[in-house]
Design a protein around this ligand. Structure first.
Ligand code: P6P
Length: 357
């Protein structure tokens, strides 16, 4: 009887799923890994596929619109917010290596008792960022960050403190953008990789290996409606971008959905910024489950992320839902920004040639 080998099979050898990729990464970078991390990641991919199925049919399933509740942020909970949150809590809850989770939708961290010490990961996430855009069919996303339970801590000791770790301690971070296609982008500290969900067989397939953020782009992304309340250095910087100070005139692209705005910045370059405003003097975006994962991915792709004068990933969190300003972009745009926020900033016209573009 003839034995069929892979060479004979019609399966495309180029198909690499996210599970295969993470196992390959672990073999390459953490040979002693037990596959525990890939088991955890499969919980996230499953939950996002469940969410994607709802997002795709939002207009048909009576899931559009508010669930009637108000979340911890004081925001009207959209039905899909609730569904996405429940999907992640369930899928991570059945993974015994998850000790604690924290969600934008829950005031407190959630611990999974009865792990007999097996729980070693802390997962913080925004289950459906930008959900107010769903009704008008604008891309939304899930953002996650994976930390390790601090040495010697049991998950029930102090779950909130276990979440309050600086971004530099992230083991992995990623997002899923539910857009014209559904793409998962993640990093474990060894580059940034993107996977497109193939709905024909329900797997995330490697589509963007080793993503690098362009050194200089041509878009800036900020909500200019708040222009009058931005601090002066932000207005000076944006004027510099707009007026050709970087050697080209920048165009504005702003969707109002962080994952979509950041995904474009990651692939096309440029800079995304949510500065302090009078309405949000500490910035609007959440440090733990929006800014830190985005910052980890940006820096792994050759970019940089700051909260103004401090690297985002070096901020020591004090609250699970604390906010931060976020400026994240490519090398050129971020060097120029750093120059504007430094106390010794020279007038824009005297920017060094390397920054002036
Ligand atoms: P604004 C969505 O509500 C969100 O949290 C982010 O996804 C997005 O970047 C930001 O808020 C948009 O805020 O004030 O411009 O509407």
């Amino acid at each position: 009887m003839k034995t069929t080998t892979l060479a004979d099979s019609k399966a495309d050898p180029m198909i690499v799923t996210v599970q295969q990729h993470i196992l390959r990464e672990q073999r390459e970078h953490s040979p002693h890994a037990t596959g525990s991390f890939s088991w955890l990641l499969s919980g996230i991919t499953l939950a996002t596929k469940m969410t994607e199925a709802r997002v795709r049919r939002a207009g048909l399933l009576d899931v559009i619109g508010s669930a009637g509740g108000i979340n911890v942020q004081g925001e009207v909970q959209q039905k899909l917010d609730v569904y996405a949150d429940q999907a992640l809590v369930h899928c991570l809850g059945v993974r015994e290596n998850v000790a604690i989770i924290a969600s934008e939708e829950s005031e407190e961290a959630i611990t999974f008792d009865g792990r007999d010490g097996k729980g070693k990961y802390v997962v913080v996430f925004d289950p459906l960022d930008g959900s107010s855009n769903i009704d008008v069919n604008v891309s939304v996303g899930t953002i996650f960050s994976i930390l390790e339970l601090p040495e010697g801590m049991k998950c029930t000791d102090d779950p909130t403190r276990a979440c309050l770790q600086a971004g530099v301690r992230q083991l992995a971070a990623g997002y899923v953008v539910y857009g014209s296609s559904t793409i998962m982008v993640y990093t474990t500290g060894h580059g940034v990789h993107g996977f497109t969900l193939d709905p024909s067989f329900g797997a995330y397939v490697l589509s963007h290996e080793n993503i690098r953020m362009p050194e200089q782009g041509c878009y800036y992304s900020s909500n200019d409606a708040y222009w009058d309340t931005f601090p002066d250095v932000y207005r000076d910087y944006l004027s510099h971008l707009r007026n050709g100070g970087m050697g080209r005139r920048y165009a504005l692209r702003y969707i109002g959905s962080l994952v979509a705005d950041f995904h474009r910045t990651l692939l096309r370059g440029g800079v995304f910024l949510y500065p302090p405003t009078d309405k949000n003097p500490d910035g609007k975006l959440r440090l733990l489950y929006e800014a830190n994962p985005v910052a980890f991915i940006a820096e792994q792709a050759g970019g940089f992320a700051t909260a103004g004068t401090q690297r985002v990933m070096e901020i020591q969190p004090t609250e699970i839902h604390q906010r931060t300003p976020l400026i994240v972009g490519g090398k050129s745009e971020m060097e120029a920004f750093q120059h504007f926020v430094q106390p010794s900033k020279a007038p824009a016209s005297e920017l060094p040639a390397s920054i002036a573009g």
